[in-house]
Design a protein around this ligand. Structure first.
Ligand code: HEC
Length: 196
């Protein structure tokens, strides 16, 4: 093998640098990856905001007061974030209290249960697809929500009777009880046009 002389080496190095510089922006601009980052951020903001308000309300007025926070603030926070981001953002579950899943959401939630049964921890379980809806490409995203200790007060098996009565009054069709720590309580679901 012959070792290239100095000018040839410099030429090769320049060609390599230019080649790499050309390749990098094309990768970073992938529209699905970019939008997924925004979705993950929105889901995180939704979860954190709600949990913060829930914990504050539990501390201040106990679970009876906190039910009202979930009842009023969850839909409000979802609506505000949807407005700010332009995404359609919500929570859903196979055993819903307020927001039953659509057909495709149900299929994804069932897949999440299978992944959980295979040992995947809820916090790393997510999914996405690009679907054509009415001729428009939309990016659909779901992220599992795990059940923590604090959730059992209102979603567990031994719910205080007065609290249970209040929940039943607000949600006569409630199915969201009997959960255990580590179960998948539900999922964030986010959709938006891919191009917009
Ligand atoms: C003080 C009672 C209370 C506690 C504690 C609570 N929730 Fe809920 N949860 C509710 C109520 C009420 C709703 C219905 C809210 C609505 O109208 O969107 C709800 C709805 C949900 C939903 C939406 C899907 C569905 O079933 O309709 C998810 C997901 C959820 N809760 C997860 C959790 C998680 C995770 C925790 C713990 C971090 C938690 N909840 C703690 C009362 C509670």
């Amino acid at each position: 093998m012959t070792i290239p002389d100095q000018p040839t080496r410099r030429l090769l190095a320049t060609a390599l640098t230019l080649g790499l510089a050309g390749a990098v922006p094309a990768q970073a601009a992938d529209p699905v990856d970019q939008k997924l980052q925004e979705y993950r951020q929105a889901a995180q903001t939704f979860g954190k905001t709600l949990k913060g308000e829930l914990q504050a309300a539990m501390k201040q007025g106990g679970p009876m007061a906190a039910v009202s926070v979930c009842n009023q603030r969850a839909p409000e926070i979802a609506a505000r974030l949807s407005e700010e981001t332009g995404f359609t953002l919500r929570r859903t579950s196979l055993k819903p209290r307020a927001t039953p899943p659509s057909d495709w959401e149900r299929a994804v939630l069932e897949d999440f249960e299978a992944r959980r049964a295979d040992g995947e921890p809820p916090k790393s379980i997510e999914w996405h697809e690009v679907a054509t809806v009415d001729g428009e490409e939309r990016l659909r995203y779901m992220k599992a929500i795990g059940t923590q200790e604090v959730c059992l007060t209102c979603h567990g098996s031994n719910i205080d009777p007065a609290l249970e009565a209040k929940i039943k009054k607000l949600y006569p069709e409630d199915q969201a009880t009997g959960f255990e720590k580590g179960d998948i309580r539900g999922a964030f679901s986010i959709t938006a046009p891919l191009g917009g």
